[in-house]
Design a protein around this ligand. Structure first.
Ligand SMILES: Nc1nc2c(ncn2[C@@H]2O[C@H](COP(=O)(O)OP(=O)(O)OP(=O)(O)O)[C@@H](O)[C@H]2O)c(=O)[nH]1
Length: 406
């Protein structure tokens, strides 16, 4: 599966929250509970507490910021009308983008505290500015912004809207560079703020939805932590066991092991070994259908759903050859590059894998039995020379057939 499609997984749940405001247009849906004035305090408070537990300074700052703004408007310290609020929301979007750039350092760290003070100072500066100069006048906007943006909209929302769009673009670029649930959550919050400014939605549903988005981003981070392998980005062994509790009626299971990985580690170092693991994981993902898991160490498992056994065997035989033929070169700094550059020297690293494959069939009904058969086939592939695919064959002698990858 292409990596950009994998990124989309970070937006499934935020997407559901982001379409919530559109439910406005569905007359049969009662959105009354979302307008409960206490709800934002509960949701943002929960996000804040969870962020401390998850040691996420970014979510803590975002939740703290929303809480401050919501508390200030609830107490009447900030104007809730169309004149003042959009500017605060835009400033918030800008800060969320900046927060997304930072690294998590633990919610109670000194840096997080310093940042919170800077954010409060910004809010106060904006408050004083509005107090002494009055709200952003229509005249100012019309004079300083292109006419096309300010013809039929309320002028006071145009500048905040532009700031919000800039923040959302910045956050989306960040997400492309550092995909993850936290950046996805903060990016979704900037979109939410932009939507709030655009429609003039009251702060109650915006703050509630922001609380939900931040909670979901933490739950997403928890899921990644529990079910993803941090090095390769593949699903983890734990996810494999959960998947094998209900793998479906027809599937094939491949166990893939990198050959002589210990030697490679010893010769080129652990860092190079890690890069080889990442590259092999990427190649497996690219050249197989089904779900790929990092089973542990230098071993991977692929569960291919469906009855097409020949198709699975063909794809895995192909994978063996693709990995053996893949040009990996060692850079001077000990880093690998995945393409040969003509004229550049660098030691070539040959990486091969052995694969054991078993299909779910009459004699192998339970997932444990399929796993055992695939493991035996892998053992056979190792013993008969490595760099090959061996398939468990359903027969009286439970034999295997093998095919070399070169
Ligand atoms: N760089 C790196 N090495 C790892 C990681 N996990 C396990 N290893 C190493 O993988 C090696 C596995 O070695 P073995 O189980 O002997 O397997 P092998 O050398 O590939 O031998 P065969 O499987 O028989 O071809 C060990 O040296 C582990 O230290 C990891 O995350 N990164």
């Amino acid at each position: 599966m292409p990596s950009y499609l994998q990124w989309l997984r970070f937006f499934w749940l935020p997407g559901l929250i982001l379409i919530l405001p559109f439910a406005h247009y569905l007359p049969w849906l009662d959105l009354g509970p979302l307008y409960n004035k206490q709800l934002p305090f509960f949701l943002l408070g929960a996000a804040l507490v969870l962020s401390v537990l998850y040691r996420s300074s970014r979510v803590a700052l975002a939740a703290g910021l929303f809480l401050l703004l919501y508390a200030a408007t609830s107490l009447g310290l900030l104007p809730e009308g169309a004149q003042g609020l959009p500017l605060y929301l835009a400033l918030m979007a800008l800060n969320l983008m900046l927060i997304a750039c930072a690294r998590d350092r633990g919610a109670l760290s000194l840096i997080a505290l310093a940042w919170l003070l800077v954010l409060i100072a910004q809010g106060m500066a904006l408050f004083l500015l509005q107090e002494c100069c009055g709200p952003l006048s229509r005249q100012f906007v019309l004079e300083n912004l292109p006419v096309w943006v300010s013809e039929d909209r309320d002028a006071s929302v145009i500048l905040p809207l532009l700031v919000c769009v800039a923040a959302a673009v910045g956050a989306s670029l960040l997400f492309i560079l550092f995909p993850g649930p936290t950046v996805a959550g903060l990016f979704s919050c900037t979109l939410l703020l932009g939507y709030g400014i655009w429609t003039g939605l009251p702060l109650v549903p915006i703050a509630s939805a922001a609380g939900l988005l931040l909670i979901l981003s933490l739950l997403g981070a928890g899921y990644e932590f529990a079910f993803r392998d941090a090095l390769t980005g593949l699903l983890s062994r734990r996810a494999f066991y959960y998947h094998m509790l209900a793998p479906g009626r027809h599937y094939s299971l491949a166990m893939i092991d990198i050959d002589h990985f210990k030697k490679l580690n010893d010769r080129f170092g652990h860092q190079t070994g890690d890069q080889v693991l990442r590259m092999v994981a990427g190649l497996i993902n690219r050249h197989t259908t089904g779900r790929t898991f990092r089973f542990g160490g230098e071993e991977f498992a692929v569960v291919i759903p469906g009855r097409d056994r020949m198709g699975a065997e063909k794809a895995l035989g192909h994978l063996c050859g693709k990995i053996a033929a893949y040009p990996m070169r060692l850079r001077a700094a000990g880093r690998l590059r995945d393409r040969m550059i003509p004229g550049r020297s660098g030691q070539r690293i040959k990486v091969t894998v052995s694969i054991g494959l078993a299909h779910r069939e009459k004699s192998l009904k339970k997932p444990d039995a399929v796993l055992k058969a695939a493991d035996l086939a892998l053992y056979k592939a190792k013993r008969s020379g490595r760099n090959r695919l061996c398939v468990h064959v359903e027969a009286r002698d439970q034999s295997t057939k093998c095919k070399s990858g070169t």
